[in-house]
Design a protein around this ligand. Structure first.
Ligand SMILES: CCCCCCCCCCCCCCCC(=O)SCCNC(=O)CCNC(=O)[C@H](O)C(C)(C)COP(=O)(O)OP(=O)(O)OC[C@H]1O[C@@H](n2cnc3c(N)ncnc32)[C@H](O)[C@@H]1OP(=O)(O)O
Length: 129
């Protein structure tokens, strides 16, 4: 799995306990998964449909750098299922895992439509075509 995005934990990202606010992390993950789906499905009309249980394994503190990893695990007809792991960039300690994030490919009217994708594609290969 590639960890494409790094975040530096700032005071505005903290909860009253002084650790990373879970809602902020979920926002970052949702955005990362949406962008991953946009690139894979080559369509900017995607929505989050479903997430499995979220397991906050450990936390992060102000000044920590975390990195977000997303990996496609299956391609449906209109859906894309992804696995997510967030870890501390320095210690490699896992912060959160999400077994399944499902994004759905939409048309301009917001209806689920087939994406005709079956495997992970790399942008560099598309540029070579
Ligand atoms: C290079 C370009 C630069 C441009 C750069 C622009 C970047 C710009 C990025 C913007 C990215 C924004 C991303 C924002 C992310 C949100 O904020 S999304 C907001 C929150 N989500 C929503 O509001 C979604 C609301 N739900 C819906 O609209 C409808 O449920 C949906 C998604 C259209 C699906 O409708 P539906 O009638 O359920 O459709 P249906 O065909 O039955 O199911 C569709 C698929 O979902 C699956 N599914 C349905 N229900 C479930 C379920 N409960 N569990 C699991 N799977 C399910 C089905 O199995 C099906 O999968 P496939 O078999 O087709 O693979």
């Amino acid at each position: 799995m590639k960890f494409h995005t790094r975040k530096w934990i700032k005071p505005e990202d903290l909860n009253p306990n002084g650790t990373l606010f879970g809602g902020r992390l979920l926002e970052w993950i949702d955005e990362e998964a949406a962008l991953y789906a946009v690139v894979q499905l080559e369509n900017k009309h995607v929505v989050t449909k479903f997430m499995t249980e979220i397991d906050f394994v450990s936390s992060a503190r102000e000044g920590d750098i975390i990195e977000i990893g997303i990996q496609a695990t299956s391609f449906g007809r209109s859906s894309l299922t992804m696995y997510c792991e967030v870890r501390n960039m320095v210690t490699r300690e896992t912060i959160i895992t999400i077994e399944k994030i499902i994004m759905v490919n939409l048309d301009a009217n917001g209806n689920a439509v087939p994406h005709h994708k079956t495997q992970i594609e790399f942008v560099r290969d598309r540029l070579n075509d």
